[in-house]
Design a protein around this ligand. Structure first.
Ligand code: PMP
Length: 433
């Protein structure tokens, strides 16, 4: 989505027509400003209606609940890999064997951070720790998830932006860097309903990941399958199972896969999990054994009882979809009605996940987000979807439609349409000056 397919309609206007259009849009903006709105389209989190869906889970663990799970004790230390029923559930969500999953804590981001830090301090697969290896590089398909990029940036790792296409990262580039440069130690991936573009990696891309022969033996793919079960449309994108693809290859350890129920049950109070092959799993277990005796288990018990298995998860996610889908449909309708055919923007049309990714004209994103703030609507900061917050063409804006009410979302999108048009028209006017 880097080059817009339709010509910019404002370019076709005469200077006089263009000035008149800018004046009209400025008047619309002034009217909006006078309304003193306070709306928010920045937060990638479920609405209250969605979190309410999981409230019955809170009744499943009480003072009279047997605190035992397939022979495992819930109310004391033990089972450091997680409760058996929670591991089975996580394994079904990720499509792996329960033997290759650890369920721990409430945040998958926390697990990712743990493993990058562990690689930094202790090393991976018997290699020297990153801190003793000089420059370490990490590939960041962009636009991507800002919190991923922050983990590696925070450790002084060099984040390298990689183009993200409709079917996944640019695999020629990934292969060239991973196989050619031993300083490249990792890549951030959201393979299904990516944050923010909503794309799902094609089978071909997944197979090319599995076929990578990294120059660094301590290179790992951080496969963050955060939106594995988060379809809201008629179709659920199909993601080839990376471990199945790896089984076709005779390669060594390559992938850590992550997931959580943050957006299934409760953000910050879900269960989080990591999967890997036998060798990596042994290393991860050893690392976690230093950090803790065993992780929190009441939440694991409640989740396993509430969601039960993959069918249970799917039935629950269908309820989320019923809440989420009208919001995404509203985004599509408002943007099409307001901006369709103008040649000033394109946006993604995801079948699942939490975001719509918006691409404006070069040099427009920061100005649009700033104007939106001025008009009373908060958006994710422009640039946030790129490493170090620097979107090289300043085009990408992440729209998060789930949290606001439908009325607030409609109002925010109306403002957005005016802001995008005004910035686009001003850019053309300025270019002519
Ligand atoms: N990964 C991705 C791709 C996300 O979008 C999010 C939430 N925004 C997370 C991880 C965070 O998950 P958790 O709450 O389990 O840390």
């Amino acid at each position: 989505m880097t080059e817009l397919a339709t010509p910019n309609a404002y370019e076709a206007l005469s200077d006089e027509e263009l000035r008149a259009r800018v004046t009209a849009l400025e008047a619309e903006a002034a009217d909006i400003r006078a309304r003193g709105l306070s709306l928010d389209m920045a937060r990638g989190k479920p609405s209250a209606e969605q979190t309410a869906l999981s409230r019955p889970m809170l009744d499943l663990v009480s003072s009279t609940t047997p605190l035992e799970d397939d022979g495992a004790v819930v109310d004391n230390y033990g089972t450091p890999d997680g409760l058996p029923s929670a591991r089975r559930l996580a394994a079904q969500i990720l499509g792996v064997s329960p033997d290759n999953v650890v369920v721990a804590g409430s945040s998958s981001l926390n697990l990712m951070h743990d493993l990058v830090c562990r690689a930094f301090t202790n090393g991976v697969a018997g290699q020297k720790p990153f801190w003793r290896q000089g420059e370490v590089k990490w590939l960041c398909p962009s636009p991507g998830y800002d919190r991923h990029f922050r983990i590696t940036e925070d450790l002084g790792i060099t984040n390298v932006a990689i183009p993200l296409r409709a079917d996944g990262p640019d695999m020629d580039k990934v292969q060239e860097l991973v196989e050619g440069d031993p300083a490249v130690k990792g890549i951030w991936c959201v393979p299904k309903y990516a944050n923010p573009t909503g794309i799902t990696y094609s089978d071909e891309v997944v197979r090319r990941f599995a076929a990578l022969r990294p120059a660094a033996p301590d290179f790992r793919v951080y496969w963050d399958n955060a939106y594995a079960v988060h379809a809201f449309g008629d179709t659920d994108d199909r993601l080839l199972n990376i471990f199945d693809a790896l089984a076709q290859e005779s390669a060594g350890s390559l992938v850590y896969e992550f997931g959580s129920t943050a957006k299934v049950t409760f953000p910050s109070s879900g269960i989080a999990f990591v999967a890997a092959d036998d060798h990596d799993m042994a290393e991860i277990r050893a690392a976690f054994a230093v950090e803790r005796v065993s992780a929190e288990k009441f939440s694991q018990l409640a989740h396993a009882r509430f969601l039960k298995d993959l069918d249970g998860v799917r039935a629950h996610m269908a309820k989320h979809a019923a809440v989420v889908r009208p919001r995404f449909e509203l985004v599509e309708r408002k943007l099409t009605e307001g901006l369709g055919g103008l040649g000033v923007a394109e946006w993604s049309h995801p079948h699942g996940g939490y975001f719509v990714s918006f691409e404006g004209r070069p040099g427009s994103a920061r100005r649009t987000v700033a104007l939106m703030a001025d008009l009373g609507v908060k958006l994710t900061p422009a640039g946030a979807t790129w490493p170090s917050g620097k979107d090289p063409r300043d085009t990408n804006i992440r729209i998060a439609p789930t949290y606001p009410t439908l009325d607030d979302l409609a109002a925010a999108l109306d403002v957005f349409v005016v802001a995008v048009k005004l910035v686009a028209a001003r850019l053309v006017l300025e270019a002519r000056a």
